[in-house]
Write a protein that binds this ligand. Structure first.
Ligand SMILES: Nc1ncnc2c1ncn2[C@@H]1O[C@H](COP(=O)(O)OP(=O)(O)OP(=O)(O)O)[C@@H](O)[C@H]1O
Length: 363
């Protein structure tokens, strides 16, 4: 359990943030100036808050009531920044060893071989950072952070400097980090697909306060919150791969209903997270026939929320919560209201591969 309780007053800005997160990856989300960096700085020990307590499990980094304030180098944190910050004169292997060098001698350590395998960096070990792509550098930076035997990993917009191709290359490694390494991760991000794919928990900040916290699917599926705004709204479904078809489509089992997506890499039986963008969902009162769209999820309208000139409709389907963003005129024409039975139609090609993520099989 990651537990953060911080109070700090700057002239003109007060941070009053409190959240608790279960194991996994916790995304700190909020508009510019909402206080995310201030939280990260307090966790890192770069800012000494007026009052507060920060703990990762039984590892207490700060407890002002008990006058406990670990210095930054005592906090056992692994950092992953936007730029990888590797030492240019050292090889990849030496950069990794540098991380291990910081691990306390008696700390249970990640095995170098396992970390190298986890991040797929075996072929890079003898190269220097100058001969690595941005994505490869970032994988090495993750490895270096892991090998320092951290109690908590801080990732401050680690993908924001990378282009879409490199991001797609790194996201699976963060998924593995989340699912295979028992170290909590506190992750700042502005990206809808990153949050949808990676977050176990989402903490939404506004004006120095935590306005919402909870499991990712719950927060992203709540039309009252919409941390990304109405245009980027989208719910996340956890579904399992059923079969791969010869025509390049993958069929998923979405709570008993078939969901077809462009072919994905996961094997039948594996669970995946799929982000369904609210603007890609069409609603119909009757079950449509003779339609090119392959995906029809049936459900019941739970809530309707006006947002930025449109209406966000929350529908509970057999596959889970789906959001649809439609015009007020369409909502009226369909006579939508909570309790109404509805069919949500999702175009197969509307789901981008960056919106589909792996989920570890339950242990
Ligand atoms: N040392 C400081 N002195 C005074 N005000 C500060 C200080 N550091 C941060 N602030 C203020 O605290 C507020 C929150 O800043 P913070 O950098 O934490 O926001 P953020 O959510 O990380 O934003 P961004 O997404 O732009 O990085 C801002 O209004 C900022 O001006």
């Amino acid at each position: 359990m990651l537990s953060v309780d911080l109070h700090h007053a700057f002239a003109g800005f007060t941070l009053d943030a409190r959240f608790e997160a279960p194991p996994g990856l916790t995304v700190l989300f909020g508009a510019s100036g909402s206080g995310k960096t201030t939280v990260i700085n307090a966790v890192a020990g770069l800012l000494m808050p007026d009052r507060g307590r920060i703990a990762a499990g039984d590892w207490v980094l700060l407890d002002t009531e008990r006058k406990l304030r670990l210095k930054p180098h005592q906090r056992r944190l692994g950092y992953i920044f936007q730029d990888a910050r590797l030492f240019p004169h050292l090889t990849v292997k030496q950069n990794l060893n540098y991380g291990a060098w910081f691990a306390p001698k008696d700390a249970p350590r990640e095995d170098m071989g396992r970390v190298v395998e986890l991040l797929g960096i075996g072929p890079l070990l003898d190269r220097r950072p100058g001969a690595l792509s941005g994505g490869e550098k970032q994988r090495v930076a993750i490895g270096r952070a892991l090998l320092s035997a951290p109690k908590l990993i801080l990732a401050d917009e680690p993908l924001s400097a990378l282009d879409e191709t490199r991001k797609a290359e790194i996201l699976p490694y963060f998924e593995r980090l989340r699912d295979e390494v028992a170290v909590p991760i506190l992750y700042v991000s502005h990206s809808a697909s990153e949050v949808a794919r990676l977050a176990t928990t989402i903490v939404v900040m506004e004006g120095g306060k935590v306005v919402r916290q909870g499991a990712a699917a719950k927060v992203l599926g709540d039309p009252d919150v919409l941390p990304m705004g109405a245009r980027e709204a989208g719910a996340v479904l956890t579904v399992s791969v059923k079969t791969h078809h010869a025509d390049g489509l993958t069929e998923l089992d979405a709570g008993g209903a078939p969901l077809f997506l462009p072919q994905i890499a996961q094997a039948p039986g594996q669970k995946v997270r799929v982000r369904i963008a609210a603007h890609d969902v069409i609603l119909s009162r009757s079950r449509p026939e003779g339609l090119s769209a392959l995906n029809i999820l049936s459900g019941v309208v739970q809530q309707m929320q006006p947002h930025e000139g449109a209406v966000i409709v929350a529908i509970d389907t057999q596959a889970g919560r789906v959001l649809a963003r439609i015009t007020g005129r369409s909502a009226q024409a369909l006579d939508l209201a909570p309790g109404v039975a509805i069919h949500a139609i999702v175009k197969t090609v509307a789901v981008a591969s960056s919106d589909i993520g792996a989920v570890a099989a339950p242990a």
